[in-house]
Design a protein around this ligand. Structure first.
Ligand code: COA
Length: 258
């Protein structure tokens, strides 16, 4: 499929998804959200893809939020629909990816942009990144999972401060509060994501997918039950036999993903 707002490239089993609306600081309009839905959904079924890096075009911005020009005419019902559709079709779809997704935060990650990064499994930021939730300065609140995912990640106190103040924090501050895993130079951003993914891609793919599902269930009522079920299901795979035999035979495992 042709994408008007995304650039997609597969290299060494990694799919690079670059949001490409640099003139609008990669703000998420409806068309971009629809393309993200398609790109991620396709990636999950694409055997050439084992992992995904999500980033923004240019040096300045990862994503500067939802496209504010599309919010102007919304009434309450339309806004509810927009939020719900974003949750189910994009943000939840990314979080529930069976393949690891890293956000390479190359600049502004604001509002919906920070929510996009929060839906990814791991966040790595450039030293130049600025992160924040400006929504209350516009008279709204984060509507793509920000109030929930930020709070789960950094706790209520930090979350209240960030969301209620509408302020931006630096990449270094984001590292201090656990909002991002690493801060690196702009030149090292993608290489750092690739290095981490190369370690993950050596592991058993079905176990990685099972771990993602179990971690995503943490904090919910079914978290521990999910872990028990996912642990058990691993024993129905060829990979568990290969992993355990490889250990006992003192050789590297060669996983088939079956
Ligand atoms: N939605 C729509 N357009 C946006 C946008 C957004 N969230 N963020 C930036 N843009 C557009 C600007 O309108 C501008 O377009 P124009 O050149 O056609 O006027 C272009 O991107 C460049 O942005 P600009 O504001 O000129 O850059 P800056 O360096 O002066 O400021 C920001 C950068 C990120 C501080 C500023 O763009 C900003 O505050 N953006 C909105 C962030 C926000 O509130 N996001 C949450 C939305 S719910």
């Amino acid at each position: 499929m042709e994408y008007a707002n995304l650039i997609l490239e597969i290299k060494n089993r990694v799919l690079y998804i670059t949001i490409n609306r640099e003139h609008k600081l990669n703000a998420l309009n409806k068309a971009t959200l629809a393309e993200l839905h398609t790109a991620f959904t396709n990636a999950y079924h694409d055997n050439r893809v084992s992992a995904i890096i999500l980033t923004g075009a240019g040096q300045k911005s990862f994503v500067a939020g939802a496209d504010i020009s599309e919010l102007v005419t919304l009434d309450a019902e339309q806004a509810t629909d927009l939020s719900r559709e974003g949750h189910t079709k994009v943000f939840d779809v990314i979080e529930q990816s069976p393949k690891p997704v890293i956000a390479a935060i190359n600049g502004f990650a604001l509002g919906g942009g920070l929510e996009l990064a929060l839906a990814c499994h791991i966040r790595i930021a450039s030293q130049t990144a600025k992160l924040g939730f400006p929504e209350v300065s516009l008279g709204i609140i984060p509507g793509y999972g920000g109030t929930q995912r930020l709070t789960q990640l950094v706790g209520k106190g930090r979350s209240f401060e960030m969301i209620l103040s509408a302020g931006m924090i630096s990449a270094q501050e984001a590292l201090t509060i656990g909002l991002v895993n690493y801060v690196v130079s702009p030149e090292q951003l993608i290489a750092t994501c690739e290095e981490l993914l190369s370690k993950i891609m050596l592991q058993a793919p079905l176990a990685v997918a099972a771990a993602i599902r179990a971690i995503n269930a943490s904090g919910s009522e079914t978290g521990f039950q999910t872990e028990i079920a996912e642990f058990g299901n691993c024993f129905d795979t060829d990979d568990v036999k290969e992993g355990i035999h490889a250990f006992l035979e003192k050789r590297p495992a060669k996983f088939s993903g079956k």
